[in-house]
Design a binder for this molecule. Structure first.
Ligand code: UDP
Length: 311
């Protein structure tokens, strides 16, 4: 297969490039480097099956070669990124999804959209099943990301139903691993960075809010299976390893040997920060035969080693 991956220089995009190349496919990676970094794909330079194009997917995309699949992973994805880049976030979810779908249609390629657990907003149902419609505040600070991805899902289904494009939608839950940006503001790089510097971990609010953390390779496996399935409705990919943010902070301090403790920052929680988040993964299990295999402690140890090497 020849696949186009947008957001290729980002955290997840770069891991997907690696996986498709390892499976013997040919990959075109596209990124405008707004939040991505070529460091993440530097090891692919010179590979005969990989080509990088610096391009903003909100502009018309021209690819000469035939394509078998288009995976749309370009987007600012951490809360502080999309608060800083609200218009670009809306544009890449809206115009970027339209352009990548148009490209997939023109090439007769399969299309896979990176969607998010944020489509459930601050959920009133727990855990979140794919048929839960969510509790999103369109005009809150997170609305730019949540609504962009909800629009992207609607656009994807419209191309599927109206144009017959073969489409897939993955709803990605919190994912961590090597190549996350140390300064992207998310809880995993923030905590590990603080711990490795011997600083107290900053827990926003009272730390009772929960997240379920999956290791990047588990997510990539789920995405790879989804692309090769024939299932066009959204599929959650995430773990059942649900922890409160305060528990997560204690775990990071424990694994790094950080003795500086935890500081609670009651004022820093962004409005709309979901109180709970955990996927119902029945669909991924039954449709894809997928389940995560990397235990949280192992994944965190590998991620800590990575951040040590970049610090
Ligand atoms: N968080 C925190 N301290 C930090 C960064 C994040 O307590 O230094 C909290 C944040 O308020 C949220 C959770 O950790 O409740 C996960 O935040 P993240 O930015 O990783 O992404 P989200 O899951 O909210 O999209």
């Amino acid at each position: 297969m020849r696949v186009l991956i947008t957001g290729a220089a980002g955290f997840l995009g770069s891991h997907l490039c690696d996986r498709f190349l390892a499976e013997g496919h040919s990959v075109i990676g596209m990124d405008n480097l707004l939040t991505g970094n070529t460091r993440n794909i530097a090891h692919l330079a010179g590979s005969p099956d990989f080509r990088f194009i610096r391009h903003d997917v909100t502009q018309y995309i021209y690819i000469a070669e035939p394509l078998d699949a288009v995976l749309h992973f370009a987007s600012p994805a951490s809360p502080i990124d999309y608060l800083k880049l609200p218009i670009q976030t809306l544009k890449v979810g809206a115009l970027g999804t339209h352009n990548t779908l148009g490209l997939a249609r023109a090439k007769g390629a399969r299309f896979l959209l990176a969607s998010t657990s944020e489509v459930y907003g601050d959920p009133l149902e727990h855990p979140q099943r794919e048929d839960y419609n969510g509790n999103v505040d369109a005009v809150g600070p997170r609305g730019v990301y949540d609504e962009a991805k909800r629009y992207a899902e609607a656009m994807t289904m419209a191309y599927h139903r109206f144009h017959g494009v073969d489409t897939r939608i993955v709803r990605i839950f919190n994912t961590y691993g090597p190549r996350m940006r140390l300064d992207d503001g998310r809880v995993v790089p923030n905590f590990i960075g603080q711990a490795l510097r011997g600083e107290p971990l900053t827990v926003y609010g009272d730390g009772a809010q929960t997240r379920s953390f999956q290791y990047a390779s588990d997510l990539v496996e789920g995405i790879y299976r989804l692309l090769h399935s024939d299932f066009s409705d959204p599929v959650n990919i995430g773990t059942q390893d649900e922890l409160s943010v305060a528990e997560f902070a204690r775990l990071v301090n424990d694994l790094t040997g950080n003795t500086a403790g935890i500081t609670f920052r009651r004022d820093e929680r962004i409005k709309g920060d979901p109180q709970t988040r955990r996927p119902d993964s029945t669909r991924a299990r039954t449709v894809l035969g997928w389940q995560p295999v990397v235990p949280l402690r192992d994944g965190l140890e590998r991620t800590i080693a990575y951040f040590r090497s970049v610090l």
